[in-house]
Structure formats: C-alpha cells, structure tokens
Ligand binder design. Structure first.
Ligand code: NAD
Length: 249
C-alpha cells in the first residue's frame, strides 16, 4: 500500500529540507514528482524542477500548469513551502506579519486553487500540508509563526470538509524540531552552534532532532493509498513534544 507507481506529485518548497526529503521519498516509491521552489536547481533528477514564489499568484499558476503538463496530471499536492519568524507580538512589525502569512497560509491557498481542477480528475487525490507543532503547543517567542501554522491547521480541516465528497483527501503533518537547513541556519547564528545544538537536542522528549526523512515518511503515508480513508487529520512527528505534555527538566 506504500507503492506510489502511477501517481503524480507536486511538492512546494521541494528543493530543501523536509520538501526535498519528501519529494525524494515519493519518487523512490514510484511516483513522478515535480518540485516548485524559489530555486529548484538543488533538486536532483528524477525530480522535475519549477520556479515559483508561493506569494505570487501568477508565478504559482504558471508553475502548477507547467508541472501538471510535464507530469501528465496530478494526484498528490504537498503544500510545504514556509518561512519562519521569531518574537512576541511586540517584536514583529505589520509588514512581517503580512509576509509570513502571505507565504505560509496564502501560499497554500494559491497552490491548492491552481491544483484543484487537476486533482479532481485523479482517482487518488490527496493534499498534505506541512503544519507544525507550533500550531497547538503554545511555544514562546513564536507568536507570528504559531499564528500562521494555526491557520494552516484550520485550513487543512476546512479544505478536508470542502473536498471530501469530491474524493480529495486533505491532511497535515505537524513536525517538531527537524534537522533541516532552516534549523541549521538558526544554530549557525548562535555564538556556539555546537552547544546550541546539544541544548536543542536535550529539549526534545526523545533526546534528538526529528529527521527530515521521518517527516517525509509521514507525508508519503498520508499522500498514498494506505491512508485512503484518512482525511481531516494532523499527524504529529515530534518525538512527543506536543502530545506528552512534558516540560524541559
Ligand atoms: P528549508 O528552509 O530547509 O526549506 C524550505 C524550502 O521552501 C526552501 O527550498 C525554500 O526555497 C522554499 N521556499 C521558501 N519560501 C518560498 C516561497 N515563497 N515560494 C516557494 N518556495 C519557497 O525549511 P524546512 O525546515 O524544510 O521547512 C519546510 C516546512 O516545514 C516549512 O513549512 C516549515 O514551516 C515547516 N516546519 C519545519 C520545522 C523544522 O524544524 N525545520 C518544524 C515544523 C515545521
């Protein structure tokens, strides 16, 4: 049931981190995969790269149309592109709120809008959104990012309700702290990156960062026939961070 041969997938933000791991795994399982990214050049073959900015509707429409043409249709959409922001409500100016919500929330809306006519023609249509434990965990210093991912969670549920009768499933994954270039950049900005990494690992209930491959496996499950009766759910892949109600020692 993990076999994805015959299915065609599009992964936004597919040139790095979670998106790249997901696109790679979907392809390994037999799907034809296109990635949509600001810079898709780092996505290796057989992934098909398409340049687009999810905050620009015209570029999304053009890239989705080109990807669907190259793939010969579309069965799986992974809305993964996203950006971060640190701080409390006092720290982020309005422009930053608009920017992050534009990419993290409206980016999903734009890509989904462009993809839906094609997904309706699929017999195995699925959408997986990359959310975050920030949607529900009440993380400090992440007001804007958390609000954006809270919106992604609500949007996932609403989209699942709107399209269930059309045979289009919609789910999301809620990653914890994942070892991607994004987190690497944050660690590199610390005075002592190695010590910061050790401290970050120690804060995880299971004692290590989540791997991008672990998120990819969850996305591939939700996107494929094994999850054929699963829609409107969020799957936490976070070492227990959100569900166990543990606090750092
Ligand atoms: P990453 O920075 O390694 O990769 C993100 C990719 O998205 C990049 O290739 C980037 O070019 C692309 N991208 C960014 N803005 C874009 C835009 N406007 N249009 C098109 N592409 C764009 O990040 P990652 O850690 O792999 O994160 C991917 C997703 O996972 C994000 O939605 C993020 O919020 C979510 N997430 C990450 C973590 C984590 O700990 N890394 C945790 C929870 C959720």
């Amino acid at each position: 049931m993990n076999d994805l041969h015959g299915l065609r997938a599009l992964v936004t933000g597919g040139a790095s981190g979670i998106g790249l791991a997901t696109a790679t795994l979907l392809a390994e399982r037999g799907a034809q995969v296109a990635v949509l990214d600001l810079d898709p050049s780092t996505a290796p073959k057989p992934l098909l790269g398409f340049t687009a900015d999810v905050s620009d509707d015209a570029s999304v429409r053009a890239a989705v149309a080109a990807a669907v043409e190259a793939l010969g249709g579309l069965d799986i959409l992974v809305n993964n592109a996203g950006i971060g922001a640190a701080g409390t409500v006092e720290d982020n100016p309005d422009e930053q709120w608009h920017r992050v919500l534009d990419v993290n929330v409206l980016g999903i809306v734009r890509t989904t809008r462009a993809a839906l006519p094609h997904l309706r023609r699929s017999a195995h249509a699925a959408i997986v959104n990359t959310c975050s434990i920030a949607a529900t965990a009440g993380l400090p210093q992440r007001a804007l990012y958390s609000a954006s991912k809270g919106a992604v969670l609500s949007l996932t549920l609403a989209m699942a309700a709107d399209h269930v009768r059309e045979g289009i499933r919609v789910n999301c994954v809620n990653p914890g702290t994942v070892d991607t270039p994004w987190v690497g950049r944050l660690l590199d900005a610390a005075p002592d990156p190695a010590a910061e990494r050790a401290a970050l690992q120690a804060r995880q209930p299971h004692g290590r960062l989540v791997s991008a491959d672990e998120i990819a496996a969850a996305v591939a499950y939700l996107a494929g026939p094994a999850a054929g009766s699963t829609t409107g759910t969020s799957l936490a892949v976070d070492g227990g961070m959100a569900g166990l109600r543990l606090r750092p020692a």
